[in-house]
Ligand binder design. Structure first.
Ligand SMILES: CC(C)(COP(=O)(O)OP(=O)(O)OC[C@H]1O[C@@H](n2cnc3c(N)ncnc32)[C@H](O)[C@@H]1OP(=O)(O)O)[C@@H](O)C(=O)NCCC(=O)NCCS
Length: 154
């Protein structure tokens, strides 16, 4: 049985491990441990049989816009609906906070399309977002696809 819950301090090592595996393949941006501790409250994890097998984060950019970041499901648990559970929980959190738009930069737009996101031109996203991108090793050479979804603030 799968459970999605907010991340806790003892999950950081598992989250780091999940992200590192995909970061090494170039699918995700690496997140050093100190950054994960700082952003721990952004994260949700999904557990199966008491073990963390996936994670995802909600990062807030502006009064209206948040980003789904560091979304990962362990290879052995892919295709079981766990990625969907994580994004649905992040969408719920975004709505609870009062955000009205959620974006992601991704190599798997098809997954996000299944969850109601639409592909958009990266240039349509606020410059504030690109403030974050300046720090990225892919800056100026970003090949990720931007997807966006309206969420209904509660
Ligand atoms: C992307 C990822 C999180 C999806 O997680 P998952 O648990 O395998 O996805 P789910 O089982 O919840 O899939 C939900 C739906 O999306 C579809 N889907 C999942 N991955 C897909 C892909 N790569 N291409 C097309 N469709 C995909 C599923 O078929 C399913 O469709 P359905 O509802 O019609 O059955 C996972 O594959 C992953 O960790 N990938 C590597 C890291 C990554 O790229 N993360 C995204 C960064 S933004």
């Amino acid at each position: 049985m799968a459970t999605v819950r907010p991340a806790e301090i003892h999950d950081v090592v598992a989250i780091h491990h999940l992200i590192e595996n995909y970061a090494a393949m170039g699918n995700l941006l690496p997140r050093p441990m100190n950054e994960l501790y700082r952003h721990l409250r952004d994260f949700f994890v999904v557990e199966v049989d008491g073990r963390v097998v996936g994670c995802g984060a909600l990062e807030i950019f502006t009064e209206i816009l948040g980003e789904v970041r560091s979304l990962v499901v362990e290879e052995s648990h892919k295709g079981l609906g766990l990625g969907r559970l994580l994004v649905e929980r992040i969408m719920e959190e975004a709505a609870n906070i009062g955000l009205s738009k959620l974006m992601a930069l991704t190599y798997v737009p098809e997954f996000f399309h299944k969850l109601g996101f639409q592909t958009v031109d990266k240039d349509t996203l606020p410059e504030k977002v690109w403030g974050i991108c300046v720090k990225c090793y892919k800056y100026g050479n970003c090949d990720e696809i931007a997807v966006l979804k309206n969420v209904k603030p509660r």
